[in-house]
Structures are given as structure tokens and as C-alpha cells.
Design a protein. Sequence first.
Length: 417
Amino acid sequence: MAEVKANGFPGWLLDPLRPTREKVEPRYRLPEDVRIWAVPLAIGVGLLIVSLVGWAIDARQFYFSYLVGWTFCLTLALGSLFFVMIQHLTRAQWVVAVRRLPEALVWTFPVLIVLFIPILFGLHDLYHWTHHELYDPSSPEYDPILAGKHAYLNVPFFLVRIAFYFFIWTLLAYKLYTLSVRQDVDPDPSIPAQQRKVSAWGMPLYGVTVAFASYDFLMSLDPHWYSTIFGVYFFAGSFFVALGFITTCYAVLVRRGPLQGIVRAPHFQDLGKLMFGFTAFWAYIAFSQYMLIWYGNLPEETLWYRHRLEHGWEVLSQVLIWGHFVLPFLILLPWAAKRTPVLVGTMGIWFAIIHWIDLFWVAMPVLHTEHMTFHWLDVTCWLGLFGVVVGLFFYRISRHSLVPQNDPYLARSLALH
């Protein structure tokens, strides 16, 4: 395992290991073309520079748009991390041929830490609970409800929690990603067991950190509102969008040639089954959250949905019902649809769009309470951050094998039928 050297800083942020491309079978390599990763990266950086103009014009709008785009990229990495860990825990053999891309995607967390810095400057504009006058009994802005939550909702503790979340996520990503890449060079038979052990202690930590992160990043935008199922809702969306992105990438790589004949219809069928299943799971969780709040009929809970069912936001609520559940459910229901790379790949693109709309629907009514509003910053921040993440993702996979070439179950995965 010593043959694969660690990367130095700051290159470690982009890829923790030196390239192993020379020791990879030719059929498992991406073409040596820097444009594969440089073009999306350049587009992303360009759109973020454009977004800075919007920050100078309307800083509060910029911070909300940036938070939605950043959270979108975070959910991609979190969904991929769950995908990798659950496959190790269940010893799934079919997934080996389609495991490397989500493994490479989980190493997005160090970059996301850097990209979180603009949000730090916008905490006062984003989160109402950061306003000090809310906790001063002598102030006319004093809020007794938020004062009761001040032990949790305060900036120092918020930053400590964020640091803890990213420490856990980065640690899990580092161990799972580097073990897999090292196995490409050194087929150590103990590596699968090590990956399962990491996944075993990592899964409960993942569940807790994802739940609390959803509260901190999104639910606390409206600090009076709370939902005990929101963490599951956030997780469902994360796995939903990650599945779509992974499937689309494999559909492109198969169509373009590098993985043609390696990732086949049975692999797309199984990925399609997961996409179909989590379409229904997201709908189940979303409906459960709404039904319980509607049935409880408590003003501090129902107000959150009221803001999203009036002033134009009800249109977006209908878009989510049809676009996040009904249409994907019907399209992915047939057996043949899940075995068609072009179709499931196209659905993966739709998953990304509708998931961003979902995050937009959660966050933006806090900023635009009187009427639904789309701003050009919503698009430039989202696609800018997404372009950076995608560019660096392709940079990593261009340096290593597209499949875990020495995994003991790779042959069985390639022979899947």
C-alpha cells in the first residue's frame, strides 16, 4: 500500500492521493484530455465571479442564493457517502463496477469547507437568530421563544457543530476513498474488511450529523418552526439527487466509450430501481411531515407551510408534487425504462433540477415572504458551485481508475445479469 503516495497541501484538498493512472488498465481510464475537468471548472468559477456582482448589488439575495447552491452540492456529497457506506455494509457485489464515481464524489467535503466561507460572512443576513437584540429583555425586539433556544442557536456553538460535521464527513470520505484507490495498486485482501469497519462506525455518526446539519443549515432559517422529521426529509433528498447524478455520469461514460461494455443494462436497472425507490421514499417522508403538522394544527408549525401555500409559492408546491414524485414515479415504473441508459441518465438530470427547486422552496420563502421571486443569482450561484464541484470530481476520476480494478467482487459485478 506504500506505492500510492499522499498528495501535498493544497493539492490534498482536491485529491488526497497522487495519480495512479499509470497502473490502471487502459479500458478503465478516462481519455487524457484536460478539458474533461477544466471546462466545467472554468464555467463554475466564471459564474461565481458573475455572482459577486450580484453580491455588490443585493448582498442578502446573494447569501440566500449561495446557501441554496452550496447546500445542493453538500447533498450530492452526503448522498454519495451514504451510497458507498451502505454498499460496504451489505457486501453488495453488483455495485462494485459502479462504485468508484460516488467514492470520488465524497471527497467534495474539503472543497465545500472552503466554499462555506462566504456563508460565514452572511450569517447575520441568513439567520434571524444571530441578531443579539432578540435575547435582550430590555429590547423591543426581544423574542422569548428564541431566547429559550439561545443555548443551541448561538454563533460560537453553531460554528463548533459545523466543524464537527465536516470533520466526521471528511474522515469517513478519506478512509473510504483512499482505501479503494490504494486497492487499485495493491490488492490487499484486508481492504474490504477495513471498508466495512469504517462504514459500521461511520453510519450512526452519519445519521446524527446529517440530521443536525439539516436543522442548522435549513430549518434554522425559520427558527420558530421545527419538525422532527426534517432530518429524514433532508437525507431523502440527498440520496435522491446523488443517485441521479451518479446514474447520469455512468450513462455519459458508457455512451462516450470509456465504460462501454463494462457498465451494462443490469447495472442501470439496479440504479434505476434505487432511483424509483427513493422517488417514492421522498414523497412518503414529505407527505408524512405535512400530514402530521396539518393534523396537529399548531400555529408555530403550520405557519411554515402557510408561507409555502400562498403568495405564488403554492405553484412551486404543485411543481414539487408532480415533478418530484408523480412524473418520475410513472416514468421509472416500467422495467424497460430502468434498463435504458439514455432515459435513466436524462432522469438523473431532472432529479438535479427538481432537487434544487426543493431546496429553493425550503429556503427562499424566508427571504421573499410576500411573493414568489426568482433572481438571476439563484441560477448563477447554483450552477457556479455545481460547476466547481463537477470539475474537481472529473479531475479526481481522471487521475485514477474508473472502477475498483482489484476489488475481489469486480468480476461478479461485471458479469451481472
